[in-house]
Design a protein. Sequence first.
Length: 246
Amino acid sequence: MALRLLSLGLLIAAWWLGSQLAGPRLLPDPQAVVLAIIAEARSGALAFNLGVTLARVAASFAIAMVLGTVFGLLMGRRRTADRLGDPWLVALLNLPALVIIVLAYVWAGLTESAAIAAVALNKLPIATVTVREGARSLDRQLDEMAQVFRMSRWVRLRHVLIPQLAPYLAAATRSGLSLVWKIVLIVELLGRPNGVGFEIGTAFQLFDVTRILAYAIAFVLVMLAIETFLVQPIERHVSRWRPKAA
């Protein structure tokens, strides 16, 4: 904890020094950004836009994780499915996010469903690949044990499958959150009338660096809180059966 606080202090000090060298127009100091965050919070705009963006993040992330887990398990356990789906994965992994977003808006219009679908489609191949690797590494002896004891599908899923996939699901979750919220901001910047991305786009047009940093830092803090108090505890809980490293 002490090292983290020291690192944070050094970061703020470097920021302050940079603001003195670059000037407040290019890089406002930490105090100015904090005051901007407080002003946006008091007006209610910060909470509203954060809530809208988080809702989009949650919806697109949930869709991508559910579909990615299903496709990943299927491709990891079935060779035919893997051969059929692999070219699709390669294409989606190498297709720029901007292209998917623009095509979604062109085909479906500037709608909420198009925005969420575009974000989910960008996250889907990464989740699928991660879970597929986990499915390939499953212990076949545990599967045979489950068959011998005639475990139901639910019991097998809960006590055999999920514990083995937990590290891969956690990796997909962590990488997915960091990717999804970045793409959500682009989606909002290009075609939504609200959200953190929309506010950053408006501030960019006005060259308001203080407001850009205010919204960016506020959202980063929210995502750090989600990672620290939600994702990591869940990961520790589902992985508690694994032996700890010496």
